[in-house]
Design a protein around this ligand. Structure first.
Ligand code: DAH
Length: 340
């Protein structure tokens, strides 16, 4: 008898839960409440059987009946609330709650600049390639016509990893690697990190980005070089941008130049950003030295070319008004997430 009643209660709980879960709307749920738990409902019907039980048996069935009643009643309430929200979702949204901001990463400002520079050079026919951050003395210096008594070779300026291995001090060794691998015509841009024993201060970092460029073919002249750099500057900085080439020296170019563009902030009139000069330096460049062609097995009588090395970190600082280079490398997300 007891088992029979308990079985009926279990059956009622199962069936009732099923009907509640599929009930649609408050009216139907109220009907179910009456039908299942009401005074003349099915639970009451089952409890009539209590009369046939001994006084010791009754509490067990009574307790189970109460539990089933509570469970079904709670299910009805929950289902009712869910139906109400589904019917009018806006009435249940608290518009005054502060939003839960979703984390969004940004693209590093130097990466933005590197990608933009590479996109421009791609339109001008240059492919994007990469080299090795760990280089040999041979590629970092010797093949680039840099004698081993050049100051850049010094332990004080360069991170050596062994007798002949080092962290590259510039992206120029990739010039030699590309020329050894491909016959002319060659047109590449090479972004990447370079490393120097510099103090970490507002304008120096021991590791920073460089962007190398190289174009080699028959008949390339200084005019091609100036035109290409000037066209790049107009596309990157804006159509009225002027370029200026100052004589300079690099072992791997002859002649060599420092490239300046008219200051973005004052348009060349002179301001604090350009130290009143009206110009901003964006990198070094020049015509590839014949000695470099010889070192990589190109015929210097047949081929000429130009090369350049830009500083994307410095360009990013100018573009975004970043006053201290350390901000670029400290990985503080509050700084980095501003760039999208
Ligand atoms: N490698 C030079 C540096 O790190 C920059 C440079 C100058 C690269 C002239 C070039 C170039 O390709 O032609 O200072």
């Amino acid at each position: 008898m007891v088992d029979d009643l308990l079985e009926q209660l279990r059956e009622l709980e199962k069936e009732g839960a099923g009907s509640i879960a599929t009930a649609d709307g408050a009216e139907e749920l109220e009907r179910l409440r009456v039908d299942l738990l009401g005074r003349k409902g099915r639970l009451t019907g089952i409890l009539r059987g209590l009369g046939g039980l001994s006084p010791e048996e009754r509490p067990r069935v009574g307790a189970e009946a109460n539990r089933v009643k509570e469970v079904l009643s709670a299910r009805i309430d929950e289902r009712k609330a869910a139906c109400e929200v589904a019917a009018a979702p806006e009435a249940h949204v608290d518009l005054t709650l502060p939003g839960r901001a979703r984390w969004r990463g940004g693209v590093h400002p130097v990466t933005l600049v590197v990608d933009e520079i590479c996109d421009i050079f791609r339109d001008l026919g240059f492919s994007r390639v990469r080299g090795h951050e760990v280089e040999t003395v041979e590629y970092n210096f010797v093949k680039l016509n840099t004698p081993l008594d050049h100051p850049a070779v010094d332990m004080h300026d360069t991170f050596y990893l062994g007798e002949s291995l080092l962290l590259r001090t510039h992206t120029s060794p990739v010039q030699a690697r590309v020329m050894e691998q491909f016959r002319p015509p060659v047109r590449v841009v090479v972004p990447g990190m370079v490393f120097r024993r510099d103090p970490f201060d507002a304008s120096h970092a021991p590791g920073f980005e460089q962007l190398e460029g190289l174009a080699v073919d028959e008949g390339i002249t200084f005019v091609d070089f100036k035109a290409t750099i000037s066209e790049f500057a107009r596309r990157f900085f804006g159509p009225t941008t002027k370029t200026r080439f100052r004589p300079s020296f690099f072992p791997f170019t002859e002649p060599s130049a420092e490239v300046d563009v008219s200051c973005q902030l004052c348009g060349g009139a002179g301001c604090s950003a350009c130290k009143r000069t009206g110009w901003m330096e964006i990198g070094g460049a020049g015509m590839v030295d014949p000695a470099v062609f010889e070192a990589v097995g190109y015929d210097p009588e047949r081929y000429t070319g130009f090369a350049f090395g830009l500083g994307p970190a410095r360009i990013a600082m100018q573009r975004y008004g970043i006053p201290d280079i350390r901000l670029l490398y400290e990985n503080d997300v509050r700084f980095l997430e501003q760039f999208v």
